[in-house]
Design a protein around this ligand. Structure first.
Ligand SMILES: [Zn+2]
Length: 117
């Protein structure tokens, strides 16, 4: 699964931010922005996060996931359009070749940390 390696990368990013904030801190919440073009399924991501963070200071954090729509530009007629699906179809001319302008990225926007109990 694509989500497994993606989740591991996200965890590495979070862990780095956490350890910079303070080695003893635990992560309570994470805000993620996921472009729909990545085709990452948030439920799988949550599942793998839960699995991969067992017995770490990242375990139990609340994941806030915002899905970012795809914005694309048609290569045939240059129309810009928004798509919820990675299958891009120009609504103006029906062409299927388009350049993705937004919705490709997967970002850890912020993390919240706290003192352990
Ligand atoms: Zn077009």
């Amino acid at each position: 699964m694509h989500e497994l390696s993606v989740t591991q990368e996200i965890i590495d990013t979070i862990e780095q931010a956490r350890s910079e904030a303070g080695a003893h801190l635990i992560v309570t919440a994470v805000r993620l922005k996921i472009g729909r073009f990545t085709a990452v399924v948030p439920d799988y991501l949550r599942h793998y996060y839960e699995m991969l963070t067992q017995n770490t200071p990242l375990h139990g954090a609340e994941l806030h996931i915002e899905l970012v729509p795809i914005v694309a530009r048609c290569r045939a007629c240059a129309a810009e359009f928004v798509s919820d699906s990675p299958m891009l179809l120009c609504p103006e001319c029906g062409a299927t070749q388009a350049d993705v302008l937004a919705g490709r990225d997967l970002l850890v926007e912020s993390i919240e940390v706290d003192e352990p109990d």
